[in-house]
Design a protein around this ligand. Structure first.
Ligand code: DAH
Length: 351
């Protein structure tokens, strides 16, 4: 009988030790396995209860040792359970750090090109295709380049056409009133053939209103070579107008006066808003004026040391604000220099 007890108790010890090893060695790699482990070792009907329930069969002197052994199985199981659970929640935390790829992306607020820049670039692109290159020059000019060389000597009444800003009250230094000054700069340093386009800012001492500003932008064009004719000028401007405003556009050339061109003209295009029928943009005339032009006056060529007997050429000048306002139906020129993003954002999709 005693022997039997001994065998039995040995078996129980063995069972408990096997469970201890199982609890310690268990590799739990997912939530399912963890739950199974919990039920087996820590659930209401766990295996330890079965084993511990047999303590009555353990000899008295071994009871304490047995109790401790079962307890250590329980502790091992609890330890394994807690550490496994923590490692799962760690990895699920890691998973939370992975961005939710189904969410809409952050909005990247892109800027927009300024409408003046859009129109300026468009004008340049068109003339570049005709072989014109871009020449930019200074905004602070001397009297010679802004006026005198362009056939506007002192006291010439044409100077009154442009209200000039003088720098430091020096009558010889001005903020250029037009980009025609660059014609002179280029002709002084380059020999014909010359085919340039000069975009830039100009300044006039005018009251700021919806229609005029004290600074704005112009693009000047100049073409000098042998045998350049008025027909060449018309052909060039017709091409330009159709490229800028559309194939159906017609141009109308009206005689005009500029001191630096002879003959001089102003060019209108059929109103691209109403197609010539008449609207408030063209003031019900069907035409809008876009630029001034003419054949370069021989006197201007001479002033720049170009022989007018050998060379001739044409020039033209246009206001970028004016064309922008016509093209986009902007009613107030001040919007073009106020940097109001509500206005500027509208040009994000333009051109
Ligand atoms: N410079 C003139 C202005 O500011 C525009 C202009 C007219 C330029 C005729 C030219 C031209 O080159 O030929 O009003």
């Amino acid at each position: 009988m005693r022997l039997f007890f001994l065998f039995l108790s040995m078996d129980i010890f063995l069972q408990a030790e096997t469970l201890l090893k199982e609890a310690n060695d268990a590799v739990i790699s997912n939530a399912d396995e963890l739950e199974k482990f919990r039920i087996r070792f820590l659930g209401s009907k766990n295996v330890l209860k079965d084993v511990f329930g047999q303590i009555a069969n353990v000899p008295k002197e071994k009871k304490k040792e047995f109790g401790q052994l079962v307890n250590s199985v329980k502790q091992a199981a609890e330890g394994k359970y807690t550490s496994s659970k923590e490692s799962f929640s760690d990895s699920s935390k890691e998973q939370k750090d992975i961005p939710d790829l189904t969410l809409p992306g952050d909005v990247v607020n892109t800027g927009a090109r300024h409408p003046i820049q859009l129109v300026r670039n468009r004008i340049i692109d068109i003339f570049k295709r005709l072989g014109f290159s871009v020449e930019e020059d200074r905004e602070i000019e001397d009297d010679w380049h802004n006026f005198t060389a362009l056939n506007m000597p002192e006291d010439h009444p044409a100077r009154d056409m442009q209200d000039t800003f003088f720098v430091h009250c020096n009558p010889d230094i001005v903020l250029r009133t037009h980009t025609s000054s660059v014609q002179v700069r280029v002709m002084e340093k380059q020999k014909p053939p010359i085919r340039i386009l000069s975009p830039g800012r100009v300044f006039r001492n005018e009251t700021i209103s919806a229609r005029s500003h004290c600074f704005f932008h112009q693009v000047e064009g100049l073409y000098i070579d042998e045998n350049v004719s008025f027909a060449d000028l018309l052909q060039t401007l017709d091409f330009f107008a159709k490229e800028l405003f559309g194939k159906d556009i017609k141009i109308k050339v009206r005689p005009s006066y500029f001191p630096f061109t002879e003959p001089s003209a102003e060019v209108d295009v059929t109103c691209f808003i109403c197609g010539g029928k008449g609207c408030n943009v063209c003031k019900y005339s069907g035409w809008v004026e876009i630029l001034g032009c003419g054949m370069v006056d021989p006197k201007v060529l001479e002033n720049c040391n170009i022989d007018p007997k050998k060379y001739s050429g044409f020039a033209f000048g246009m206001g970028v604000e004016r064309i922008t306002m016509l093209k986009y139906q902007v009613k107030d020129i001040r919007l073009l220099s106020e940097n109001d993003t509500r206005f500027l954002d509208q040009f994000k999709a333009a051109m």
